[in-house]
Design a protein. Structure first.
Length: 271
């Protein structure tokens, strides 16, 4: 009953406002100790050399700057991934940029990597008490041309490396112009070569090898997926995060907001 009431009230607000209010309320409730740590159903799994205490985690995008790590951890997630973060702060795309499609349990967003920059994220991580598996998702600033994209990814990689259980490389958001072009063979090879080389240096510096995961788009053709997979293996990438949001609209055609630009997530993405 309470859930239905709160959902109804939040759905009277625009989606982004509701998002901010919900996270701020969760953080305050956790600070006041109004709820304890949830006991997750134990279903541990080992991936990337890491032992995840359970298989339900929080994907990047909800907590872009790592402001709510401890409150979110208290919900019992097996891991938390924060970001996507960029080297410099950026406001993201103009509002409105987040749309609910409740009839099909879906959301379309075109946030555009809105975040306060990697230095703010690191400061938030340093303040957090969470000691579970923390993924940090990194990207490039919108105004960095693709031919210099590796410099943005390397800058973030170097800064977040000491704090991350694993690092996710986001090359597949549809909301930063040209970003998905980094999935092309030549661009991907150059980016992964740079990241792999830098990872080896950082491994020597910090005495531990942080896994790298690549987040890909669901809209790739099978032949592209095969070629991409071979490239990931060749560069020693530890995992693939499949999938990011889709630009396909077949499942939401004709619905209110169904034609909004951006990435579609939720139930229609499952197929």
């Amino acid at each position: 009953m309470l859930y239905r009431l709160l959902r109804s009230l939040l759905f009277q607000l625009d989606a982004e406002t509701a998002h901010r209010i919900t996270l701020a309320s969760l953080k305050q409730a956790h600070r006041l100790k109004l709820f304890g740590h949830a006991q997750p159903i134990p279903s541990p799994i080992e991936l990337m050399g890491l032992r995840f205490p359970n298989r339900v985690g929080l994907a990047a995008g909800l907590d872009k700057d790592g402001e709510y790590i401890d409150a979110l951890a208290a919900l019992g997630f097996g891991f938390i991934e924060i970001g996507t973060v960029t080297p410099r702060p950026q406001a993201g795309n103009p509002q409105p940029r987040l749309f609910r499609l409740p009839k099909v349990n879906a959301i379309i967003n075109r946030m555009g990597f809105n975040n306060a920059g990697v230095d703010v994220l690191i400061a938030n991580v340093e303040r957090a008490r969470y000691n579970g598996i923390l993924g940090i998702n990194i990207g490039k600033n919108f105004d960095t041309p693709n031919e210099r994209a590796s410099s943005d990814y390397l800058a973030c990689l170097c800064k977040v490396y000491p704090y991350a259980s694993y690092i996710a490389i986001n090359i597949s958001s549809p909301n930063t112009q040209g970003l998905r072009d980094l999935q092309a063979a030549d661009e991907l090879h150059a980016l992964l070569a740079a990241l792999s080389d830098e990872r080896e240096k950082l491994c020597g510096t910090y005495g531990r090898r942080v896994p790298l995961a690549i987040k890909i788009a669901p809209d790739l053709e099978p032949a592209h997926v095969r070629g991409l997979s071979e490239t990931l293996i060749a560069h020693g990438i530890d995992a693939v995060i499949a999938t990011n949001t889709t630009i396909a609209r077949d499942a939401v055609a004709g619905l209110r907001y169904g034609s909004e630009t951006g990435g579609l997530s939720g139930a229609p993405l499952r197929e």
